[in-house]
Ligand binder design. Structure first.
Ligand code: WTA
Length: 635
């Protein structure tokens, strides 16, 4: 039996028990047998959730890119590492072998060094899904610089906040990006952001759309000529196991985004191990995750996890609807994709379209289907299973978070029997707990509670950049000696987990986490707005959509309401990005508040969801009369 590759349910249970009984021995064996190290660790794990302080493989030295690239060259040098599938199907796909990827990463690493980037410096990457994105990420890791990838759909304001929060010295972007039939002026967004970012010394610009852009002298440099000049080999920086590998921002319940810090060795071990098992990756498979590398899913399961296993990973620049709704399936057929990993929101959008878009393609290469980012509803699950998997490819409903680094609860395909809407069993090494409102653990089955994790796993985030206290407060204070996920979950009669959704002020829209606070802050800055509250309501494609209740100042009262709605959404687009736009905006004269002044979001949520049969006791509100007024005018 190999602990590295689980193939039967009995094996899962055996390995799981082993991983929980003696986590140190278990992870030590995985680390030892499947990775290359410059120096062995002195200690497998030390941890204290009260501080919190978590260290895996302390004392070890390595470079993650030697594990993702160099070590594959003797055996897989000519194997395709990355298939780049462009936005426009008329443009040819690019096949980058492990040897070529190694060389391109080394060149990029040398360019970064030449621009003065050293180990520990932060580099902001704001790129579309083109090979340069994966290459930049790996080049940072090569020289020990900490990458901070910002999803290229964020606005210049959001980009500037993230650049400044972690004091990035250099930014990498492109002259623009393609998105379906549109082009986006990425460089313009960067230029605007950098007006507020004095710390950025250099900007490297990849050419993608051949647009005419302004290059700021001394600051901006076209990337290609620098790469052409650069040497094609590079001696990897030797990193400590706990040296930061990257920062990735996620929304929280206050305005400032949280820069989650992931470190090197544990992250590598866990993403590689989960990738191998949860996608049952075999040597000649072609794996495709449709996420953007700007999110954790792309970091862990487009770049690091697949490459650490010597896999072929597809990078897709486009969108599911361009040139038509068959685009995903055309790509599956074209590259004979074996594992396909996407988000429920994409499945729901495609399920609305004509079935012919799926049926006209040969999808017989598929072996495993994946889902991530939000609960997958039963209808979408069946559509995916019937029409894409033809009932032959198990669906892995993978639950995890930016903070967890890797997949935490998921079936193992061909091993764990699946049930629609259930993420099923904890992955190897993961010890979940459900907690009640008295902070007691709820034991047994057929129970529901708040989802926590009792024991560290190798890829848990170690801190929030520059704010360790916030890290502790957000994740480790609600329940003693536990990591709190912010999600609710139930455990059924056979011990399967089903995630029921967020229990905090984060709303997941089309798979993107959005904190209510930053959106409210943005609305409140509108000169006509006095106060606002945002809640989520069910939406058949996006999962949730945003409903805003807005109190106007006197100056706003007489204004055209539709114009105001447009202005408010425009403001959100500029400050956060188009993903945070509100679907509905209701102007109200007040918000229901408790006597201590807290907005009663529970009531607002019910009104937005058109579910007002049981609003609960409203008599204790400071202003109970407002509830009826809001209900009468609900949209
Ligand atoms: C939600 C994405 C139900 C959950 C990897 C979590 C899910 C948040 C699932 C993290 C799933 C993710 N079923 N809910 N399979 N996967 N979520 O940080 O609420 O972008 O806390 O990481 O997405 O989102 P994040």
């Amino acid at each position: 039996m190999s602990n590295y590759h689980i193939k039967h349910l009995e094996e899962y249970y055996q390995v799981y028990r082993k991983s929980v009984r003696n986590p140190e021995a278990f992870w030590e064996e995985i680390a030892e047998e499947h990775f290359v190290w410059r120096k062995r660790w002195d200690n497998v794990l030390s941890w204290d959730f009260s501080k919190p302080e978590i260290k895996w493989f302390e004392g070890a030295q390595l470079n993650i890119t030697e594990n993702c690239l160099d070590r594959h060259i003797p055996t897989r040098g000519n194997k395709t590492a990355i298939i780049f599938e462009p936005n426009d199907p008329k443009e040819e796909a690019e096949y980058i072998t492990y040897r070529q990827l190694h060389e391109r990463v080394c060149k990029m690493a040398n360019v970064l060094l030449e621009k003065g980037i050293k180990k520990g410096d932060r580099v902001c990457i704001y790129l579309p899904m083109i090979p340069e994105l994966a290459i930049s990420v790996l080049a940072c890791a090569r020289i020990g610089a900490i990458h901070s990838v910002v999803f290229a759909g964020f606005s210049s304001n959001a980009l500037a906040t993230r650049i400044n929060d972690s004091d990035c010295k250099l930014a990498i972007t492109s002259d623009g990006s393609y998105r379906g039939s549109k082009t986006i002026d990425l460089k313009g967004i960067v230029d605007k952001a950098l007006e507020a970012c004095p710390g950025i010394e250099n900007v490297l610009v990849a050419k993608r759309i051949n647009s005419t852009i302004e290059m700021v002298p001394d600051r901006d440099h076209w990337l290609q000529p620098l790469l052409d000049e650069a040497y094609g080999d590079n001696v990897a920086e030797i990193m400590d196991a706990e040296d930061p590998l990257f920062i990735l921002y996620t929304s929280g319940s206050t305005g400032r985004p949280k820069g989650m810090v992931h470190t090197t060795a544990g992250y590598m071990v866990y993403t590689a191990y989960t990738f191998k098992n949860i996608f049952q990756y075999r040597e000649h498979d072609v794996y495709w995750c449709t996420a953007d590398i700007g999110w954790i899913t792309g970091h862990s399961y487009i770049v690091y996890g697949p490459l650490a296993n010597g896999a072929t990973t597809v990078m897709f620049e486009g969108v599911p609807s361009y040139p038509d709704y068959g685009r995903f399936w055309e790509v599956v057929q074209k590259h004979k994709v074996t594992q396909f990993y996407t988000a429920p929101t994409a499945i729901r959008a495609l399920a609305k379209e004509n079935l012919e878009f799926v049926e006209k393609y040969d999808l017989s290469s598929l072996k495993v289907l994946g889902s991530v980012g939000e609960p997958i509803n039963e209808e979408a699950w069946h559509w995916y299973n019937n029409n894409v998997g033809k009932k032959n490819s198990p669906i892995v409903d993978t639950w995890w978070q930016t903070e967890t680094g890797g997949i935490m609860i998921s079936p193992i395909p061909y091993v764990t029997p699946t049930t629609p809407t259930y993420a099923t069993l904890p992955f190897i090494g993961i010890q979940p707990a459900l907690m009640d409102e008295n902070a007691e653990e709820i034991k047994g089955n057929q129970v529901e509670g708040r989802l926590c994790i009792k024991f560290p796993w190798p890829s848990i985030a170690r801190t929030i950049w520059g704010n360790h206290e916030r890290y502790r407060d957000t994740y480790f204070t609600a329940y003693e000696n536990m990591y709190f996920t912010g999600d609710g979950a139930l455990r059924d009669a056979v011990g399967y987990y089903r995630i029921t959704g967020r229990v905090d002020d984060v709303i997941i829209v089309s798979g993107h986490n959005l904190g209510t606070a930053p959106i409210e802050d943005s609305i409140n800055e509108h000169p006509a707005v006095a106060e606002s509250a945002i809640v989520g309501f069910p939406h058949d494609v996006k999962g949730n959509a945003l409903y805003g209740y807005v109190i106007l100042k006197e100056t706003g009262e007489g204004r055209d309401k539709n114009n105001l709605r447009k202005e408010i959404n425009q403001q959100i687009t500029e400050q956060i990005g188009p993903i945070a736009k509100l679907d509905k905006i209701q102007f109200v004269s007040g918000l229901p508040k408790t006597r201590s002044g807290k907005i009663m979001r529970r009531i607002l949520r019910k009104i937005a969801s058109n579910d007002t049969s049981n609003l609960g006791d409203t008599s204790t509100l400071l202003n109970p009369e407002i509830v009826q007024e809001i209900m009468d005018n609900a949209l």
